[in-house]
Design a protein around this ligand. Structure first.
Ligand SMILES: Cc1ncc(COP(=O)(O)O)c(C=O)c1O
Length: 454
């Protein structure tokens, strides 16, 4: 039995270790070197028969674990679109962890319910989406897309008089999915899990920027779910929403937009790029990407809140709740109040702070693109957002540059394939990244180019 005083001592030890980690996050290797990775063997222990001293556990985590992290919470991580964790959001999560709330509904946690409702209201405001939409705070954009597409299919069937809840899909009218050819892999997975095999999906052809081409859009009708995207993962481009969504809605289709990171462009100065997105029926976005909240904080946003709530409904005699309780808007039943970190991030940054962060990341992406171009790289996208897609002078060199950078420990980014050839993608999405880090990355790229030129 742990005493209160032992518990407090333990929390202080964990906080000291966390503070020590954060203090070095700007300068630590972005990916551990081989020698450090070997120390992970220290975790290869048999399950202890008797519990081990808690302080020793935290100490082992810090000594063996901290050096073997990927410093995605630092300023030099440019992989995927991960984002770091804003201090206020991470601190709020720490306190919420102490609360240990089961935030299914008001009854589980009045404070969580209140904060998540406030966060939802602020999100609809800053993202300029229909103000009476419902927001479910889920674990990931993937899970939130799953909730939205489930609601979409159920709703289209309901409009045809089909009771999906009672009868399922057996004998149901056919619902089609049309999705961008360049849609993110997780939307394909979502479709697959929901029973839409890849061969029966209509993929909408895209233009040279990986945007859906409205002229070549497959026919839509009132049994179609159309999936578009804001922030294509390679180019950061947006589908032409204003040209597509009104026609799709007139045909009776349900329009879902995957905007895991791209929706945040609406909070920046260049929000006009997303015009028309507000006409869709549902959207998914992450806090843990561009808003820089800790994992796992995502949002399923649905114009018709009841469509989402009816699809996710999970009331039982022992857990009644209002229709839009979080357990009725997400796939989770027991859940942590992940909206609290999102609330804290929005409050800590304010409208101006979010705009400044988004604008700064876009400006840094352009700065990196200019520097890389000057160094001899080919920049493959228009850099409309925070993504820079590039390649070196040959495919071989492109494939050699990336491991060079990764092995340096000074920065990290990952591979891409663009028009069938190797490329790599740099994403600026950490609140800690400043011009000095962008310039250091360009210097490293120049060095990598020299080192790989034969
Ligand atoms: C465009 C896009 N959509 C969806 C996802 C999936 O997001 P999550 O990892 O939160 O499920 C990602 C993640 O990288 C993404 O970049």
């Amino acid at each position: 039995m742990t005493t209160m005083s032992e518990e407090l001592t333990l929390m202080q030890a964990a906080d000291r270790a966390a503070a020590d980690y954060i203090a070095g996050v700007d300068s630590r290797r972005v990916f551990p070197d081989a020698e450090t990775l070997e120390r992970l063997d220290g975790f290869d222990e048999p399950l202890p028969q008797q519990g081990v001293d808690a302080a020793a556990i935290i100490d082992q985590l810090h000594t063996l674990g901290s050096p073997n992290t990927v410093a995605s919470n630092g300023p030099n991580y440019f992989g995927f679109v991960l984002g770091a964790a804003l201090p206020v959001a991470a601190a709020a999560d720490r306190l919420a962890l102490a609360w240990d709330q089961c935030a299914s509904s008001w009854d589980g946690s009045p404070v969580a319910d209140t904060l998540e409702r406030t966060a939802a209201r602020w999100l609809l405001d800053i993202l300029d989406l229909p103000r009476d939409s419902a927001i479910g705070f889920g674990t990931s954009a993937t899970a939130c897309s799953m909730a939205c597409l489930t609601a979409a299919r159920r709703e289209l069937l309901k409009r045809k008089g089909w009771d999906f809840d009672a009868r399922g899909l057996d004998g149901a009218p056919r619902v089609r999915i049309v999705m961008s050819q360049a849609i993110h892999i997780t939307l394909k997975r979502t479709a697959r899990v929901l029973g839409f095999g890849m061969d029966i999906i209509d993929f909408a052809p895209c233009d040279a920027y990986n945007r859906v081409d409205p002229e070549r859009l497959p026919p839509l009708d009132d049994m179609t779910i159309l999936c578009l995207q804001a922030g294509e993962v390679n180019t950061g481009e947006f589908d032409p929403f204003a040209a597509i969504i009104p026609g799709a809605k007139a045909a009776g289709a349900w329009v879902h937009v995957d905007c895991a990171f791209g929706l945040w462009a609406r909070a920046g100065s260049d929000a006009a790029r997303t015009d028309g997105i507000e006409l869709a029926d549902s959207w998914t976005t992450d806090g843990h990407k561009w808003l820089n909240t800790p994992y796992d904080g995502a949002m399923a946003i649905c114009r018709d809140g009841h469509a989402l709530a009816d699809a996710m409904q999970s009331d039982a005699p022992y857990v009644p709740a209002v229709w839009d309780a979080q357990k009725n808007l997400t796939l989770e039943f027991s859940r942590r109040p992940r909206g609290i970190a999102i609330w804290a991030a929005l409050k800590g940054l304010g409208r101006d702070g979010v705009r400044d962060m988004v604008d700064r990341h876009c400006a840094l992406a352009r700065r990196i693109a200019d520097g890389a171009r000057a160094a001899g790289f080919e920049v493959l996208n228009r850099v409309v957002l925070n993504q820079v897609l590039m390649r070196a002078r040959s495919d071989e060199q492109t494939q050699a540059v990336m491991p060079y950078v990764q092995a340096s420990g000074r920065a990290w980014f990952g591979p891409a394939v663009w028009q069938g050839r190797p490329a790599f993608r740099i994403s600026v999405s950490s609140w800690r990244t400043e011009e000095t880090h962008a310039d250091a990355l360009v210097t490293l790229l120049e060095e990598a180019l020299r080192a790989t030129t034969s």
